[in-house]
Design a protein around this ligand. Structure first.
Ligand SMILES: CCCCCCCCCCCC(=O)SCCNC(=O)CCNC(=O)[C@H](O)C(C)(C)COP(=O)(O)OP(=O)(O)OC[C@H]1O[C@@H](n2cnc3c(N)ncnc32)[C@H](O)[C@@H]1OP(=O)(O)O
Length: 231
């Protein structure tokens, strides 16, 4: 374990979404949920052009306000600030697919039980691909994150090397989706994880992920990332 992987189990110890570890993350989760709702409203509203222009001006004003606040660019900057928790907690808030405080993330919840992982996720209208169904790219992203966290139970977390998704039937929007995964194999630096996605008891997709612990270690990977965060 290094500074990135230490504590990664913590957020996934129970079926309940791990609570925010500070008032900062609590406030940010509220804002993220409001932005998720905004996204859902944006893709569904057929308001007039004038109403849309007014809404745009309001959001643009809010963006200017937030742009003037102190900012941290990327999870490593949050970690180095020493004020926002350990890496597992920061990732739990900001991750693109599983982050509670990241409105891009669909609200994926997951928990580990031995070498099995379970999860739930609900994709709103903004995730529509085929009419009424979740975009296949997001199904793959959900598997990448879910299997990626499940492999942590193997004790040698790595990066996704290969992810294979089999789409068996369309995955419905606005439905509680259930995820499960298990470690199939862990040897040397490689961990194989397989999983399923269900809607109303029916499997809509299965996936297999091969995760490879980088030869240079996860911390070295993080150092390679310095400068990528658009400061
Ligand atoms: C941050 C804390 C959170 C830790 C928790 C992390 C959770 C992650 C969840 C999010 C997942 C992501 O989105 S991760 C982002 C998407 N993935 C990436 O960007 C990965 C980009 N690729 C890479 O960085 C690299 O290619 C690696 C790390 C995958 C492998 O590089 P390497 O370490 O130099 O590997 P190398 O020594 O050559 O190979 C070791 C063994 O693995 C095999 N191998 C190598 N690459 C692959 C591959 N792509 N697919 C299959 N197998 C492979 C080799 O054949 C060899 O097998 P043998 O000869 O030994 O049999």
């Amino acid at each position: 374990m290094d500074e990135l992987t230490a504590g990664l189990f913590n957020p996934f110890a129970s079926e309940e979404v791990a609570p925010p570890n500070s008032s900062h993350w609590e406030a940010k989760r509220r804002l993220a949920e409001a932005v998720r709702q905004l996204n859902d409203l944006l893709v569904s509203t057929v308001a007039s052009d004038a109403e849309l222009a007014q809404a745009s001006a309001q959001v643009e004003a809010l963006n200017r306000t937030l742009a003037d606040t102190p900012r941290l660019h990327g999870t490593l900057a949050y970690l180095k600030s020493g004020e926002h928790g350990h890496y597992g907690e920061i990732n739990h808030e900001l991750n693109a697919v599983g982050g509670q405080s990241n409105p891009l993330a669909p609200g994926l919840n997951m928990w580990l039980d031995g070498n099995r992982a379970y999860g739930t996720v609900r994709c709103g209208l903004a995730y529509e691909g085929p009419p009424g169904f979740v975009h296949g790219g997001f199904v793959a992203a959900i598997f990448d994150q879910f299997l990626g966290m499940a492999q942590v139970a193997g004790g040698q977390p790595g990066m996704t090397g290969t992810l294979t998704v089999r789409y068996l039937r369309p995955t419905p929007l606005n439905t509680e989706l259930k995820l499960s995964a298990q470690l199939s194999r862990a040897e040397d630096r490689k961990t194989l994880v397989s999983g399923e996605l269900r809607a109303g008891g029916e499997i809509t997709a299965t996936a297999e992920g091969l995760f490879v612990r980088p030869s240079r270690g996860m911390a070295a990977m993080a150092e390679m990332a310095v400068g990528n965060s658009g400061q």
